[in-house]
Design a protein. Structure first.
Length: 231
């Protein structure tokens, strides 16, 4: 420390060094396409060898969104559409649920949208405690053709996306695998959607301006984020 700092007894500061493991079932984060491989390839057939343990990914890293992701967001509150406070762990969301939520909310998902799925897990976590283990509500893989048809650009959920068990014994997380590797979708895992849902109900409005600003971690497969919905 420079001598001037030692001489000043009245001035002080605090500082941190942060180490973050953001993938998983807890922190809100964005997954970029280099996060998942299938048969050794990433989106658009790029080889997994483009990802190096020392330098990170040379393609489709989170820095591809260094200037932020800004688009129309649509909240589909499937728990509300089903008339329950939250979906139970292991309950999947299907295309019929998405269309019923659209109908009830008077909104329609369109090309370029970010679709955020509310299962109610945020409320369950606050009222009943966090779920344990790897069983969770979420998107069922049968929603992927629906999302592709609507030309969605990004999906998010208040869980880590995939319903678990997924129903596919040979694919651990089919929504992650297909959306990232085959569709080039970016994913927002573990969103807290309760305030967003409450505002949507109050205003009777289920679409909004969504801004997601990843940290510019060079070569990484994602970033912790704080998504902002502006109605």
């Amino acid at each position: 420390m420079p001598p001037a700092f030692h001489a000043d007894r009245r001035w002080g500061f605090s500082s941190e060094r942060l180490g973050i493991s953001f993938h998983g079932n807890t922190l809100t984060h964005v997954d970029s396409p280099c996060h998942i491989f299938w048969d050794g390839t990433m989106y658009n057939g790029r080889s997994h060898s483009l990802v190096d343990a020392t330098t990170g990914s040379a393609w489709a890293a989170v820095t591809a969104a260094a200037n932020g992701i800004i688009t129309r967001g649509v909240l589909l509150d499937v728990a509300r559409a089903r008339g329950v406070p939250w979906l139970e762990p292991g309950q999947g969301v299907f295309p019929d649920d998405l269309e019923e939520a659209e109908r009830r909310q008077g909104v329609r998902v369109r090309s370029g949208d970010a679709v955020l799925l509310r299962t109610g897990y945020g409320r369950a976590r606050h009222e009943a405690g966090a779920a344990s283990g790897f069983t969770q509500a979420g998107w069922h893989a049968s929603c992927l053709p629906w999302l592709h048809e609507r030309e969605v650009a990004l999906i998010g959920a208040d869980t880590p996306q995939d319903v678990q068990p997924s129903g596919y014994e040979d694919v651990l997380m089919p929504v992650h695998a297909v959306s990232l590797v085959a569709m080039g979708l970016w994913l927002l895992d573990n969103c807290d959607l309760e305030a967003c849902a409450a505002t949507a109900v109050e205003l009777g409005q289920w679409d909004f301006h969504l801004a997601v600003a990843p940290v510019r971690f060079a070569g990484t497969s994602g970033s912790p984020v704080n998504p902002i919905a502006t109605f």
